[in-house]
Design a protein around this ligand. Structure first.
Ligand code: SF4
Length: 392
């Protein structure tokens, strides 16, 4: 199985290489490898993340060749003659970015969190939740399995804000992963100091997932007691300056959030220069202070994706797994058809999955990872998407 198509290097200009995917050219930054023209590589997020030998690349490309052309046809057909907001957004996505779709793996390695965000099921005050932490070795092994056995080329390592993982422990984890895994390593561990993030960067981490949740300062402080929006934004900007690829965004449907506020959220996401927009619906969790409030409507979530796509046609937009909680059958598909072009698959070891319950239904039914991968590939094929890198 493979979630990235290898590209052939057709041009090298300093640290920028051009990769050919069946006649389509995309550029990527190369920081870690020495290449010659004609070699093959994997890229994720516009960054070269792995080398592949010709004798392995050619059969992989042969297997993709015919499928790639057919997928493009299906994608074009589905984007033809749009009639409403979401279809128009999908047509824009197709016009600007083609049928490429990123597929990232995610490992949720700890559900401990020091914070009490009102909307979040793993907040510190939720005493009903069974907590878990994966050991350093377990985390590295899980990532190794996802990359080297399952074939992922981009991995998100996620936890609550859990101080048990000291800087030293996280450095060991990152170093262990970097030794064993060729992939885009994305940290989603909340707020740490810029100097700590710089140490991770120096070890080869190149991406961070950190949402700002809302651009409305008053709402932010209400939803995240003891925290300030500006501190979050300052960290995001600092990470961007360091060279991190940012994945960020907001929650849709928070209590008191206006439509204007959502449009401001979209603009703020773009203004941070993110690599990927990541926004998902608020889903009411029974063991939080917002238990009695209604979850965001699916229509609102899909329209937000469409509006973001129409305003920022070149954006990479994640179809978040939370959409599956609102509509298990068609949530992701409808998001991809409303302008999204990226997915994540949960590859957390099954024994831990049920306990990372940031919203109800997040991992209620533990799905066999390989089955989930097959379902995702089938979904992508049904709507004509291919896992080629979107480039820079
Ligand atoms: S949203 Fe993040 S920081 Fe807030 S309680 Fe949940 S895991 Fe912790």
């Amino acid at each position: 199985m493979c979630y990235a198509i290898p590209g052939k290097i057709t041009k090298i200009d300093g640290n920028i290489v051009t990769l050919d995917y069946f006649g389509e050219e995309r550029r990527a930054r190369n920081e870690f490898y020495q290449f010659a023209l004609g070699e093959y590589a994997y890229a994720q997020g516009g960054l070269i993340v792995g080398r592949i030998r010709e004798k392995e690349a050619l059969p992989a490309l042969e297997a993709w060749k015919e499928v790639f052309v057919k997928l493009k046809e299906v994608d074009r057909r589905l984007a033809f003659n749009p009639k409403d907001l979401r279809q128009t957004a999908n047509a824009e996505r197709q016009k600007h970015l083609g049928n490429a779709c990123c597929v990232h793996g995610i490992i949720e390695f700890s559900n401990y969190c020091a914070n009490n965000c009102l909307y979040c099921g793993i907040q510190n005050s939720n005493k009903k939740l069974k907590r878990y932490r994966m050991s350093e070795e377990e985390i590295v092994d899980a990532c190794d399995y996802a990359v080297n056995k399952l074939g992922f080329k981009a991995m998100v390592m996620q936890s609550g804000e859990d101080g048990w993982y000291t800087e030293e422990k996280l450095i060991n984890i990152v170093s262990g992963i970097r030794k064993k895994c060729e992939c885009l390593l994305i940290l989603s561990i909340g707020e740490r100091s810029a100097s700590t993030y710089k140490k991770f960067y120096d070890l080869g981490v190149r991406a961070a997932l950190l949402r700002f949740e809302t651009s409305d300062e008053a709402l932010y402080t209400k939803m995240r007691p003891g925290h300030k929006l500006q501190a979050r934004l300052n960290l995001l900007r600092e990470l961007g300056r360091m060279g991190y690829l940012l994945m960020s965004g907001f929650l849709i449907g928070l209590p008191g959030q206006s439509e204007d506020s959502i449009m401001a959220d979209i603009d703020l996401t773009a203004s941070l220069g993110v690599e990927m927009f990541s926004f998902g619906p608020f889903i009411s969790h029974p063991d939080t202070p917002l238990a009695k409030l209604p979850s965001a409507a699916m229509d609102m979530a899909l329209d937000t994706i469409a509006k973001a796509r129409l305003k920022y046609p070149d954006a990479k937009i994640l179809a978040t797994t939370a959409l599956e909680s609102l509509d298990k059958i068609n949530g992701l598909k409808n998001a991809l058809l409303a302008g999204a072009n990226s997915l994540m698959i949960n590859v957390t070891p099954p024994k831990h999955q049920p306990f990372y319950e940031i919203y109800p239904g997040h991992s209620a039914k533990v799905v066999d990872v390989e089955k989930k991968i097959e379902e995702t590939i089938a979904l992508l094929r049904s709507i004509g998407r291919a896992p080629a890198d979107l480039g820079i």
